[in-house]
Design a protein around this ligand. Structure first.
Ligand code: ASP
Length: 340
């Protein structure tokens, strides 16, 4: 029997109703599992650990480190890991771990649920059962198991706060599909080399979400802060205004101040191509770079990760545009390709 370590970090999964009907508060995992899903011990030899018990909105950089260290400490002992996590910020934590756990040799499967396990009509049981099963498979990736799919974590977005199909991977096929059988799609990573954890992040980053009419003047004061990198969430293929409310002067000055400017898109499916329209081209010439087909969570986490490791701006830009954990598609000429 495979040995699977189940790490609990909080979220709706184990929450219990505080008053009839509505507000949910954290509950105790091991008791919850023995009460609501004791059969899970038939799938694998499971050990549990409550690392913290938080709504995922409160999980950030120090918690990522704690979780990565916990997984690394058990790497020799266990065949796989399941992380139970709140759904709201799950993709950020899971994506961070995909960068931190270098040459990961075993599966690390994140899951959670939209309704607590204590409720009869809940997605928690299915998700946990499938996550534990998948942690027994040879998929050495940080994945997100939700509903009927296993997704690559750093390709995943949360797309519904109400449906049981809460997650999607708009630019990369699922790693596995769960139906009558569990079908691995064969597109998972195959890691070789020395496993190690890389911790450092630098959170001196800021996101600017574009909307029609955004006043570029409001952004000027940001140039005199210690922010090292901006993400501008543009329209469509990464377009930004270059006419009356042009962002180009701001981007040019930010680049002159030594700051990095990454362009992502507000559209989840597709990629950023700054050479397709005049607005994109002028911002590219002003010094911005493209996030290609990376999700927004992946772009922001990767940026913080690279800034934590590299001081040279050019080195950060080069690394940002190179895949490190399958988070973006390697593009040849002007066409995107599926791939690592
Ligand atoms: N607020 C919860 C959390 O992210 C939502 C969930 O788990 O679904 O922790």
């Amino acid at each position: 029997m495979k040995r699977i370590h189940l790490i609990y970090t909080g979220g709706t999964f184990g929450m219990v109703p505080m008053r009839p009907g509505r507000t949910l508060a954290p509950g105790d995992l091991s008791q919850i599992i023995s009460k609501y899903l004791p059969e899970i011990h038939g799938i694998a030899d499971i050990t549990t650990e409550v690392l913290f018990n938080l709504d995922s909105c409160d999980i950030h950089l120090p918690h990522w480190t704690k979780l990565a260290d916990c997984i690394a400490a058990g790497m020799d002992e266990y065949d796989g890991f399941v992380v139970v996590h709140g759904t709201d910020a799950m993709v950020y934590t899971a994506t961070a771990l995909s960068f931190m756990l270098n040459n990961l040799p075993k599966p690390v499967i994140f899951t959670g649920s939209q309704r607590p396990i204590s409720l009869l009509r809940s997605d928690a049981r299915n998700n946990l059962i499938n996550a534990v099963e998948l942690a027994c498979y040879p998929v050495p990736e940080v994945g997100i198991l939700f509903s009927n799919f296993l997704f690559r974590a750093n390709r995943t977005i949360k797309m519904s706060s109400i449906l049981f199909d809460a997650f999607a991977s708009p630019n990369y096929d699922p790693l596995a599909e769960i139906g009558l059988e569990i079908v691995l799609k064969g597109n998972h990573r195959r890691n070789e080399g020395f496993f190690h954890v890389e911790h450092t992040f630098d959170d001196r980053v800021l996101v600017i979400k574009l909307f029609p009419g955004l006043k570029p003047d409001y952004l000027e004061f940001l140039l005199d802060t210690d922010i090292r990198a901006f993400i501008i969430e543009g329209f469509g293929l990464g377009n930004v205004p270059s006419g009356e409310k042009s962002l180009v002067p701001f981007v040019r000055r930010a680049a002159e101040h030594g700051k990095i400017i990454v362009i992502t898109s507000q559209v989840p499916h597709g990629y950023v191509d700054l050479e397709r329209y005049a607005g994109g081209l002028s911002i590219l010439e002003a010094g911005a770079i493209s996030a290609y087909d990376q999700t927004f969570p992946s772009a922001i986490v990767k940026l913080m990760f690279l800034l934590g490791h590299l001081t040279d701006k050019g080195a950060v830009i080069r690394s940002f545009q190179t895949p490190i954990a399958g988070e973006m598609t390697v593009r040849k000429q002007s066409e995107p390709e599926q791939g690592q």
